[in-house]
Design a protein around this ligand. Structure first.
Ligand code: MV4
Length: 449
């Protein structure tokens, strides 16, 4: 056991606040770090201490490892929670903290590296008994591409091994497209990640994106907390997420969950993680694993009653998980809407000052946000200003509650994605749970003026 008494939160916005709340409930002191642009942010005001770590650009502040380690030394923080994004999946950061005797609240650097390389991640998944998308055994070189593609069968998808989140992906519908798809994927991968290695998969045409939440204790015990359906995305940005997936029954949920938990036990995974699948015609196909807490974790918390940040802190300190798989009860349905400071149709960012702000309330409603009336959204960071999470005993109740809650939510002075959710909550396909990963982009194209 390495007791944790003070946590530095290496993040900003709603997730910094989210982590801070968990620390307070556990009686752990908190240190906020912030850029000069965030001096008036809620995460800074609510933390026990704060340290300014640099100018507005992320690379000079929230991504500046030297400044963050210095802030730990100055304040005597014995652990760092990285939130999501920024340094949350940076293995070098985990190594550096380790070298300084500071606990990284997350997986081992080795596991972050393993899953960061998508070819290695897929090989590991196969070894651990997780079903994967049929594809190349490893890296695909231009001279071997045609032979491998013929084996897999067209259409195929070329992906960057250093990629993830959709960057550097190219579809080849037939042999004629292949050479160009491979060469553009390689040059885009090189430009984006400094690594031109690519691999190949069977292209799935109309899948859903379903991901399984797991937590491991690092000593061979692990649990799953069911799945989330994150199919409603635009340009690889999730917009609306739900737990459970409208597409799965209890048996399917417990089956895929058990496969993931068993895999995490085998690798002695420590921390929270998400195993991402494409789901088509009743089959799951692993694509990637995220070795961090995800934005949409609150919908899992809503249906399980388990605080995932509490669990992360427990396992980082060696205290183990607070629950066994048998004790986890899945209850009802939850939906998250990401409230972005963006035009609700074009998604063009809309930074500026929030003039009025009123968050909805009532049974089954959670709002995670650092926004307030008078808050000036800086233009330097992502546009997520809050998350609305609604829970109901059934999906129908959840949707009815969401409709009510969206009418109550007031954010004035800037554009937000709230009007989009008012449209979606009244849509028949959404009501039926009848959507795949392409649904939202098609809907936006069809309904644009
Ligand atoms: C795929 C796919 C179809 N077939 N892989 C996009 C992001 C990255 N995490 C994986 N992605 C995809 N991989 C195969 N073999 C389609 C996508 C994809 C996608 C996946 C999840 C959510 C939204 C998406 C939007 C477009 C493409």
């Amino acid at each position: 056991m390495t007791a944790i008494s003070k946590i530095l939160i290496a993040n900003r916005g709603e997730i910094a606040l989210r982590v801070l709340r968990a620390c307070k409930e556990l009686g752990i002191a908190t240190v906020a770090v912030h850029s000069t642009a965030d001096a008036n942010a809620m995460h800074v005001r609510l933390a026990d201490e704060s340290v300014c770590i640099g100018p507005p650009p992320s690379r000079d502040s929230y991504l500046n490892i030297h400044q963050i380690v210095a802030a730990c030394e100055i304040t005597g923080a014995d652990a760092v929670h990285p939130g999501y994004g920024f340094l949350s999946e940076n293995a070098k950061f985990a190594d550096i903290l380790d070298a300084h005797g500071i606990t990284f609240i997350g997986p081992t650097a080795e596991h972050i590296r393993l899953m960061g390389d998508k070819i290695t991640a897929k090989k590991t998944a196969v070894e651990l008994g997780i079903p994967v998308v049929p594809g190349s055994a490893g890296e695909v070189l231009p001279e071997n591409a045609l032979e491998i593609a013929r084996e897999i069968g067209f259409p195929v998808l070329i992906k960057a091994t250093a990629g993830g989140g959709g960057r550097g992906m190219k579809v080849a519908k037939s042999e004629e497209d292949l050479e160009e798809a491979v060469s553009t994927a390689r040059s885009e991968a090189l430009a984006a990640f400094g690594n031109d290695a690519v691999y190949m998969e069977k292209y799935l045409g109309k899948p859903r994106h379903i991901e399984v939440q797991i937590v491991g204790d690092g000593a061979g015990n692990a649990i799953h907390l069911g799945e989330r359906d994150c199919s409603l995305q635009r340009r690889h940005q999730k917009v609306w997420e739900e737990a459970n997936s409208p597409a799965l029954n209890v048996e399917q949920r417990m089956n895929i969950g058990q496969i993931c938990a068993d895999a995490m036990k085998k690798m002695k995974y420590r921390g929270a993680g998400t195993i991402e699948f494409l789901y088509e015609n009743g089959e799951f196909y692993f694509i990637e694993m995220n070795t961090r807490l995800q934005v949409e974790h609150p919908i899992t918390e809503a249906i399980t009653g388990i605080d995932l940040v509490h669990e992360q802190i427990r396992v980082a300190s060696g205290a183990g998980l607070s629950v066994t798989q048998d004790e986890i009860v899945f209850s009802g349905h939850a939906i998250e809407c990401r409230i972005n400071a963006e035009d609700p149709r074009t998604f063009v960012p809309s930074p500026g000052t929030i003039t009025h702000f009123h968050a909805p309330g009532g049974l089954g409603v959670r709002v995670d946000s650092g926004a307030y009336a008078g808050y000036k959204i800086p233009p330097y960071y992502d546009s997520l200003i809050g998350k609305l999470i609604v829970h109901g005993r059934t999906r129908v109740e959840c949707m009815m509650r969401l409709r009510r809650v969206l009418d109550e939510f007031v954010v004035d002075g800037i554009k937000t994605t709230l009007p989009l959710f008012q449209d979606l909550v009244s849509n028949q396909d959404i009501a039926n749970g009848d959507y795949d990963i392409h649904w939202l982009e098609k809907y936006l194209a069809e309904t644009s003026a």
